[in-house]
Design a protein around this ligand. Structure first.
Ligand SMILES: [Zn+2]
Length: 464
């Protein structure tokens, strides 16, 4: 039994809006974060039961879905049985929105209580929009603040928000979390032409201590700064935290970011649909993202059976936010690939980890001649090689029946092209077993992004 006062037997939970730990406290809620596994499981299961019952009572989407699938929340008697709950997919949500525009039939609060509308970035198809009620919005801010605390953010920090302040929930989630924590914020929201040059100027003057954005944008910013004669270390960031791309969990990218800026690089993020999206975030020790199980319950499951896998296996993360009342999501299928572990972390938190973060996707990973090639693996290899720029693209083509993958990357001109090409070819072959075509381009040729980098261009036509 959880004896501690902080664990509420109340759902949805109500948190003290004024509470902030003392500056030198290591944990926001020590009682929960360092609970025993049994205590944590009990809290998680209590919340899961409440979320499921709530969805059954309030969500026409889940009422229909579960009836169709012959499932009832009462079937689940223990946490171990939770993996019998059917998963919810992006396609189901998209279909529901099409049939019940504009928000779908999973919004469980009256329209008048909706505080914010956000959505996916819509990189594939029409954006999916979400409604957040006021109470959910406040709880998201609270949980994000709590998680930011774990990587060392404090009220004395000033946070530079570099991702666009748009429909994209990432930037807003970072903003409200930082505000709830009592930090100062500088919501810059890059994305317009010429804005990165301005950012360099402002950063030098305003001196924020924390950066938030995507890893590819941070590296682009560093490149711009150097062009303008500014060493990115001069900005003085002590923490850089990231979401929107897997890069911050890729060891060589993490190293590059830390060496370039001089601050610590923190990987974070799940999916917009299961906000509070910071529930997967590294602590200051940077041993892979912790799964904050009492915020969003994360399972790593078999991609075919959807059953929970033991620690140290590879599978697909499935997410269940535990405090959302405006739009519950129960076992939301991510399609990502990861490996998880419960090896202890020096921070002492009970939460398991993804030591290598999210490193691929089951549905857009490129399979080349039978080998699964992840852009993040290539990134790890390419960023280690001297003489290459930051950007790269893999272009997949099919000639006759053979797949060809051309890696386009940029040379900095510090080594001969022939030697560099051989190094790239050999390193990639050694790491993946695949022989790629290498195409070296002059520095600055590939498209720069102020947001998420596109690493795979698949030109194969599977419908022929
Ligand atoms: Zn830790």
């Amino acid at each position: 039994m959880l004896k501690k006062s902080i664990i509420q037997k109340k759902w949805p939970p109500v948190y003290d809006a004024e509470y902030i730990p003392e500056e030198n406290e290591k944990y926001w809620y020590k009682d929960i974060e360092t609970a025993s596994q049994e205590e944590l499981d009990e809290l998680v299961f209590y919340k899961l039961k409440n979320v499921m019952n709530y969805a059954l009572e309030n969500s026409p989407f889940y009422q229909r879905k579960w009836k169709r699938e012959g499932f009832h929340p009462d079937d689940i008697k223990t946490l171990k049985e939770f993996d019998q709950v059917p998963v919810t997919t992006k396609e189901e949500v998209r279909e529901d929105i099409e049939q019940h525009p504009p928000f779908g039939s999973n919004v469980c609060i009256p329209r008048s209580e909706v505080r914010r509308i956000h959505g996916t970035s819509g990189t594939t198809g029409k954006p999916t929009v979400f409604s957040f009620g006021k109470e959910d919005w406040d709880r998201i801010a609270h949980q994000h603040a709590r998680i930011m605390w774990s990587f060392g953010m404090r009220p004395s920090d000033l946070v530079f928000i570099a991702s666009p302040l748009s429909l994209y929930i990432g930037s807003w989630g970072a903003l409200i979390g930082a505000e709830r924590l009592g930090a100062q914020t500088f919501p810059f929201g890059a994305g317009q032409a010429g804005q990165t040059e301005k950012a360099v100027g402002w950063l030098k003057e305003v001196k924020p201590t924390v950066f938030y954005g995507t890893p590819s944008y941070a590296l682009y910013l560093a490149e711009k700064a150097k062009e303008l004669g500014v060493d990115p270390k001069e900005f003085g960031f002590r923490i850089l935290f990231f979401s929107g791309e897997p890069g911050a969990g890729v060891p060589s990218t993490k190293k590059k970011i830390e060496e370039t800026f001089g601050g610590i690089c923190i990987d974070s993020g799940t999916m917009a649909e299961v906000t509070p999206w910071m529930s997967n975030t590294e602590c200051e020790h940077r041993q892979g993202v912790h799964l904050w199980q009492d915020v969003v319950y994360t399972e790593v499951v078999d991609q075919n059976t959807h059953k929970l896998l033991p620690y140290n296996s590879e599978g697909v993360p499935v997410y269940t936010p535990l405090e959302r009342t405006s739009q519950p999501m129960i076992r939301y299928w991510s399609g990502d690939l990861t490996t998880w572990t419960d090896d202890p972390c020096p921070c002492g938190r009970v939460y398991p980890r993804l030591p290598r973060g999210i490193y691929g996707r089951i549905d857009d990973m490129v399979t080349v001649r039978g080998v699964n090639v992840y852009a993040s693996l290539l990134e790890n290899v390419l960023r280690r090689i001297d003489g290459l720029g930051e950007e790269f693209v893999m272009v997949v083509t099919r000639e006759n029946i053979m797949d060809e993958v051309t890696i386009q990357c940029e040379t900095l001109g510090t080594r001969s092209n022939k030697e560099l090409e051989e190094t790239v070819l050999n390193e990639l072959k050694r790491e993946t077993g695949v022989t790629f075509k290498i195409e070296l381009l002059p520095h600055g040729t590939l498209e720069r992004t102020q947001f998420k980098a596109k690493r795979v261009i698949d030109k194969r036509n599977f419908r022929e």
